[in-house]
Design a protein around this ligand. Sequence first.
Ligand code: G6Q
Length: 527
Amino acid sequence: SHLRDLFAADRQRFSRFSVVWNDWLLDYSKQRVTTETMEGLLALWQAADVPGWIARMRAGEPINHTEGRAALHIALRHPTGPIMHAGQDVMPAVHAELDKMRRFAGEIHGRHWRGATGEPISDIVNIGIGGSDLGPRMATQALAAFRHPDIRVHYVANLDGADLATVLSTVQPRTTLFVVASKTFTTQETMQNAASARHWLVHALGEAAVARHFVAVSTNLAEVARFGIEPANAFAFWDWVGGRYSLWSAIGLPLVLAVGFDNFRRLLAGAHAMDEHFFATPPAQNLPGLLALLEIWNSNFLGADNRAVLPYSQSLGLLPRYLQQLEMESNGKQVDRQGQALDCATAPVLWGEAGTNGQHAFYQLIHQGGRQVPCEFIACRQPDFDLPGHHEKLLANCFAQSEALMRGKTLAETTAALAASGMSADQVAFLAPYRSFPGNQPSTTLLLPRLDPFNLGALLALYEHKVFVQSAIWDINPFDQWGVEYGKQLASRLLPVILGTASADQLDSSTAGLVAACRNPPRSGRD
Ligand code: G6Q
């Protein structure tokens, strides 16, 4: 069926296929589903034992079975009451670490923490990559309206020296604090950037300055000490927190410094509110559950191989990048929990960009490219930066796009419209095929009241749980990442060849050719 026909046949379609949670609205009436489809999808919730998986996660069982670890990020935003892991309540340690973050942020914001020359800190540089970068980086931009006025927070991730060098060119050693964020404290990119930053600081202020200008966030406190960061300046988290699920832990420290601890607390409260909703709500009203099931419908049944996330919020501009890691690293798997190859697709390719910018770039393909591109629109009723005349236009663009993608424009409609504009019959016949739109492109729209710490926390927890529901249905482990580990190993193997201390003999001809071309510029045979 075509979505325009489904809407024409049912005046109640919006109320039938939309859900309200607090002051949020999830409208999935523009998805290609019927009541019958939804009944079938909702049955998957029980068939895959999603309630059982939720119970196992909450009980701290090692559901990350390939690494023998629990996945207890929900504990990081749990306010009171025990959460058990290996026979111990983790909550006292969680709260102690939060308290340490609160005190530290108080010292920086109160200008009590001084750099080696006695000046207060004005710039924070977070050095981390992947899960130790994307979450706080995205959230710092998302909460730009809540930024502390005296503190600028920068993020450096890439091994490419251009990343660190450009940030260092904008800050002063005397007033800069580096946060070295790494769960393992062995990641090549982070260790290289941290060593270069340390060198830059020591060159300007001397070795003794390190204690006032470096703090660390890690589960590996022994390595932190070896790097030369004092235990008092180290913030801990635990192996039951996955990298891409770690924003809520001390990995959120740069965000705390950017927006203050009270706002971080509100972020945690929002995530916890979504946890409670997820745990207690039947699938037909369960926001993470619905998003999970609708994507399974689009990818496993309708054959879509991708999903576009389109926030109509400049502040949420990094959300697609963050979700790329959360969704594709978690569920980009093809081996089930029994070690067998899956015979169905899992996480689709996720991409996206803030609206309205994307409209002037890639939306053309979504409208007329002939591919299925399920779209997820995210909008806020109120703006976070209230410049007169902007927000209503932003919302109009967002809703107009989902409407157009749903309806399309038939050849007959286009022909009539062009004829009415006074065009000649020949011109109309020539142009009409180009100016018609197939429509029937599925989309969901999530309308939030406003972008604030509470709603951001709930939004991110929504996606975490959506990924979890899908992993239960696909029967995969969403908490390991052997592809990332593989990349880490491959680069270490090749480095000695690039440095010229190992031979290229064992390499394939392409890799050997690339290495050789870096040493001696290649020449074209025509020279
Ligand atoms: C996240 C991944 C990966 C990880 C980075 C950084 O879930 O495992 O993105 O976060 O490789 O690792 P470290 O925090 O150990 O430096």
